[in-house]
Design a protein around this ligand. Structure first.
Ligand code: A3P
Length: 312
């Protein structure tokens, strides 16, 4: 979806400059604010977590807030949403410029919409990917329990939406391509959801090193323990159960749903999966990216000594 201009997509979403946003009156989610982000002043100590929705954002967000917990002891009881807000989701009347450093932000923005100051390479960007079939299935469920999202009736409709980018974040293919092709401009760490499932501890260690946190083994252990799926599900500062019932129907689902690789196999038919593969091949063939599509692949990798989630 390459259109540049503002356009409503149904009643719940709008598109602008190739990105898709929710219509949210309580926030500065409008074209002026989005345009202003190009000049958002960056500090060297800023940390940005960027993802396409449903790629493992709140999981990585929790890890990062725990890595920085000592910097903000007085905020230990705040939700991760407060401690590491979304850059593009600014509450009306608020500003991010006065946040104490190091400022931590999440974002679902496409590369071309992010603050240009990030390209001076001092602040840090962490980009998390996930195999897109699991993203699609996760989003399908997400759209059922988020009251402010159109929810597709069935997976054929979800596939149509995924291919044309009619969902929060817009087009997954463009998102990943933009960040992958422009990675040299940033001080960026690429991670994947599947790596986190495979070896959470080593991902926490890599994250700690990247953001410049030298933690003891015990401190790393403690973070790993807190962010396992089962523990995070109970962590009311991080599990997003705190979302207000105006936006979230708790009876219909949760942010922390399955937490695994390959759940798409339980949802997509063979024909739907084949349809996905065909579009995927066409649109991704020139990118040297590989994904883990099923949990069993991790066992094979482990036994054969491991392989990169990214092509060389
Ligand atoms: P599923 O719906 O497949 O279970 P995001 O935060 O980008 O919206 O991504 C949500 C996905 O991350 C959900 O996937 C959710 O279950 C998964 N997730 C969140 N926390 C997790 C954790 N601690 N361990 C494993 N998966 C987690």
């Amino acid at each position: 979806m390459a259109q540049q201009e503002y356009k409503l997509l149904g009643e719940q979403l709008f598109t602008y400059k190739g990105q898709v946003f929710p219509v949210a009156d309580a926030y500065e989610l409008n074209t002026e604010y989005i345009d202003s982000l190009e000049h958002f002043e960056i500090k060297d100590s800023d940390v940005f977590l960027v993802t396409f929705p449903k790629s493992g954002t709140v999981w990585t967000q929790r890890i990062i807030t725990l890595l920085f917990e000592d910097d903000f002891p007085e905020e230990a009881n705040q939700t991760t949403f407060m401690r590491m807000p979304w850059l593009e989701v600014l509450e009306k009347g608020k500003t991010y410029t006065e946040r104490p450093s190091p400022r931590l932000f999440c974002s679902h923005l496409h590369q071309q919409l992010m603050p240009k100051g990030l390209q001076k390479k001092r602040a840090k960007v962490i980009y998390v990917t996930r195999n897109p079939k699991d993203i699609l299935v996760s989003y399908f469920h997400f759209s059922k329990f988020m009251k402010n999202l159109d929810s597709p009736e069935h997976y054929d409709e979800m596939l149509d939406k995924f291919f044309c980018g009619w969902m929060i974040g817009g087009c997954w293919f463009d998102h990943v391509r933009g960040w992958y092709n422009n990675q040299d401009k940033y001080n960026i760490l690429f991670l994947s959801y599947e790596e986190m499932i495979k070896d959470l501890r080593s991902v926490v260690e890599r994250l700690a090193e990247f953001v410049g946190k030298s933690l003891s083994d015990a401190a790393i252990d403690s973070i790993v323990e807190k962010v396992t799926f089962n523990n995070m599900k109970k962590d009311d500062k991080a599990n997003y159960d705190f979302l207000h019932e105006i936006v979230n129907d708790k009876k219909k689902g949760k942010f922390l749903r399955k937490g695994t690789i390959g759940d798409w196999k339980n949802s997509l038919t063979v024909a739907q999966s084949d349809r996905f593969d065909q579009v995927y091949q066409e649109r991704m063939k020139d990118l040297p990216l590989t994904f883990v599509w099923d949990i069993t692949e991790l066992l094979i990798q482990t036994h054969s000594g491991g392989s990169s989630l990214y092509g060389s």
